[in-house]
Design a protein around this ligand. Structure first.
Ligand code: C2E
Ligand code: CA
Ligand code: CA
Length: 694
């Protein structure tokens, strides 16, 4: 028994669990239909009972009314037997007519109970009512109409045998039968209504079992799903926030390393230009001048070579102390090279104060320094450049101030060391050289002397070729092949980088098509795109002519482009590129201080981690943690990560362990020409394919 119950319960639970929202609708419809039918049935049952009760009431009234009529006929007949008056006879005739009419009606339709029919037609417990009534009416008619007294008496005598007893009794019985027929109707209606009531209860119970319970379950499941989803979202958000905090912390420590010199604790070269720029922005005082003081140590190389690096480090730390000592809290100090330092100072335009400071520096640094009992003699030369506020406001380049101070230092050393030189216009020879370079570059753009070389990118998991990056080179007619470091800064000043990009993209696409024709498969080609190029109308138009399958072409865009110029036009260009199936890669990621989350929300295809972050691997813990966080967040958003500048197997292994999915660097290949790449690809091809390709 309990086994059966358990079985039913199990199947019920199964049904409830499997119920879908659609199924519930069906059940609702069926339940409603059944309830509707029940209401209609019970309504019509009650209505029909009411109708028959109403018609019975007429019959009962008529039947009961016969009894006094018979009695009255008996009374009048008893009078009419002895004495005939026309008034009496008329009265009697009317009553007889009444009795007869009602009886005929009743005997035609004595109600639909068999007992009543029996009473009228065949008699129930004695003779039938119908013949008795007919005889009685006939006799009463004789009494009312016959002229002979004997005839009337005989008729009245017959009437007396039934009139006083038999007929009233039969009428009573008939009334009783009518009443019981009514109550049996009422019983039937009651039964129908009770059945409808029970059926309705049953339907409600089934609804509770198969509609309300499952719907509650379905609703609860939906609620649960929603809760789980929102919980998951909350966790992802919390996770991102935690990661963001970690990143901020790690970034700060990595930033400290990036912007400081580990040995002396001073700032490093990287931080000088931003510092100059910052001071210029804050300069509201018209008296304000800014000075870059470049200090170069004399004879330092000799100490390093003879007494070793430890001695060199000691000297450098000592010089840093001297600098701290002779400068004030407003001065900015940096070590900008092996034996070079820079002071950035706000001045009031008084050169002599700078002269005094320089002289002090030279004097203090030139004091002999004792190192492990050895006296070391070094010296210092100083180059200074200053800028007036007026010049600072109109498009001033911090790099120029620094470069000019460097030129002045060079001049000071040239003139015999241990002295201070201010930058002056005649020292612009350097700049003129750069002017010559500008002219050459303009001509080179016109002659299309720029061409791409290719550096391979490999898939971290399989080690297979994942793509190549096109890098610009300049085939200089005299100096030979030149790297971007030589021509890009000047090209930027000239505003021709966009043109160089255009040349490189076209030549790279030609090479790519050629490899394809030769059956050499290069999965993807990445081309660098400058900020200027991105905004070039010609570039946007040229995109429409491109017809490469999705994912075969990638554009590398510097991280700084997103942080410095992320406006609507740029975003529109990006989405245009994406819609053309071109991958977007964020180049030199980590150098531009973009908010990681903000940058990722632009939906790039991949990040290219700058080689400055790869260089300290695998030993630097802060860099390992930083990269781990970046890669985790990027891959959680389905954004790929390429690590650049991989030079050693240890770096490769560390990056694979951190989850970087693509690697690029001298460890795999230096940038090579298209011909060299073709030879490399052919040599790496499986033999069979090689033969086919040949
Ligand atoms: P990038 O886009 O970050 O390119 C990678 C640079 O790192 C290349 O220098 C490459 O030779 C170098 N590199 C690759 N692997 C290693 C490695 O393991 N160790 C080291 N130390 N360096 C490695 P390259 O070719 O001199 O290019 C320098 C930069 O010039 C490029 O940096 C890119 O920003 C720019 N550039 C190059 N070609 C173009 C171009 O066609 N258009 C634009 N707008 N910029 C270009
Ligand atoms: Ca690049
Ligand atoms: Ca890069």
């Amino acid at each position: 028994m309990s086994g059966l119950f358990n079985g039913i319960l199990r199947s019920y639970i199964r049904i409830v669990r499997r119920t879908t929202a659609k199924e519930l609708w069906k059940r609702y419809a069926v339940g409603l239909a059944v309830l509707l039918i029940l209401v209609v049935v019970s309504h019509f049952a009650a209505l029909s009972a009411l109708n028959s009760a109403r018609s019975h009431a007429h019959v009962v009234v008529a039947s009961i009314g016969q009894r006094p009529v018979v009695q009255r006929i008996m009374f009048l007949s008893s009078m009419a037997v002895s004495e005939r008056t026309s008034a009496l006879n008329d009265q009697l005739k009317v009553l007889i007519q009444n009795l007869k009419g009602t009886h005929e009606k009743l005997s035609r339709d004595p109600g639909n109970t068999p007992a009543l029919k029996q009473l009228y037609v065949s008699g129930r417990h004695g003779p039938a009512l119908d013949p008795i009534m007919k005889n009685f009416i006939a006799d009463a008619t004789i009494v009312a109409t016959a002229h002979g007294a004997a005839e009337r008496e005989a008729a009245f005598a017959r009437m007396q045998t039934v009139g006083p007893e038999t007929l009233p009794r039969v009428f009573d019985e008939a009334a009783e039968l009518y009443r019981s027929a009514d109550s049996s109707y009422a019983d039937q209606v009651g039964t129908v209504q009770s059945a409808a009531f029970v059926a309705a209860l049953l339907v409600l119970f089934l609804e509770a079992l198969f509609i309300f319970t499952p719907s509650q379950l379905v609703a609860r499941q939906a609620l649960h799903r929603l809760e789980t989803q929102s919980g998951r979202l909350r966790r992802v958000r919390d996770n991102l926030l935690v990661r963001k905090k970690q990143l901020q912390g790690l970034r700060q420590s990595a930033e400290y390393e990036t912007y400081h010199d580990g040995l002396t604790g001073l700032a490093n070269r990287r931080s000088v230009e931003p510092e100059i720029a910052r001071r210029c922005e804050m300069a509201t005082d018209s008296q304000f001048d800014i000075a870059a003081i470049n200090i170069g140590l004399d004879r330092f190389k000799g100490i390093n070579d003879t007494l070793g690096h430890a001695a060199g480090d000691y000297i450098l730390t000592h010089v840093a102390k001297v600098l701290r000592h002779v400068t004030g809290p407003q001065d900015f100090l940096a070590r900008t090279g092996g034996d070079e330092f820079v002071i950035v100072r706000d001045t009031d335009g008084d050169r002599s104060a700078l002269d005094v400071l320089a002289a002090q520096l030279i004097e203090r640094i030139s004091q002999p320094i004792s190192y492990h009992g050895e006296l070391c003699h070094i010296g210092a030369s100083v180059g200074i450049d200053t800028r007036r506020r007026r010049e600072i406001v109109s498009g001033f380049d911090p790099a120029c101030l620094l470069a000019n101070a460097g030129i002045a230092l060079y001049r000071a050393k040239e003139l015999g060391r241990g002295r201070v030189e201010f930058f002056y216009q005649d020292l612009r020879v350097q700049i003129q050289r750069s002017k010559a370079l500008s002219d050459e570059i303009s001509l080179a753009v016109y002659r299309e002397e720029f061409f791409p070389v290719y550096q391979t990118q490999v898939d971290a998991r399989s080690g297979k070729l994942a793509g190549v990056e096109a890098l610009a080179r300049w085939q200089h007619p005299i100096k030979g092949e030149l790297s971007p470091g030589v021509f890009l800064p000047t090209a930027e000043c000239l505003g021709v980088v966009s043109k160089i990009d255009h040349i490189i993209l076209n030549k790279a696409l030609d090479d790519f098509a050629k490899w394809e024709r030769m059956g050499l498969h290069v999965p993807q080609i990445s081309v660098n795109v400058s900020s200027d190029r991105l905004r070039d109308a010609d570039f946007i138009a040229s995109l429409d002519k491109l017809d490469l399958p999705e994912g075969r072409l990638a554009f590398e865009i510097l991280e700084t482009v997103f942080t410095d110029n992320a406006d609507d036009d740029l975003l529109q260009t990006l989405s245009r590129l994406k819609s053309k199936g071109i991958d977007i890669e964020v180049d030199d990621f980590g150098t531009g201080h973009a908010s990681l989350i903000g940058l990722l929300s632009l939906g790039p295809t991949r990040l290219k981690i700058d080689r400055e972050f790869v260089k300290p691997l695998p030993d630097s813990k802060p860099h390992v943690s930083l990269l781990k966080s970046i890669i985790e967040i990027a891959s959680s958003l389905n954004i790929g990560v390429t690590a650049e500048g991989v030079e050693t197997a240890a770096q490769r292994d560390a990056l694979i362990a951190l989850g970087s999915d693509r690697l690029q660097g001298f460890f795999f290949s230096r940038p090579i020409t298209s011909e060299e790449l073709i030879a490399k690809l052919k040599s790496e091809m499986p033999v069979r394919e090689h033969i086919t390709a040949a």
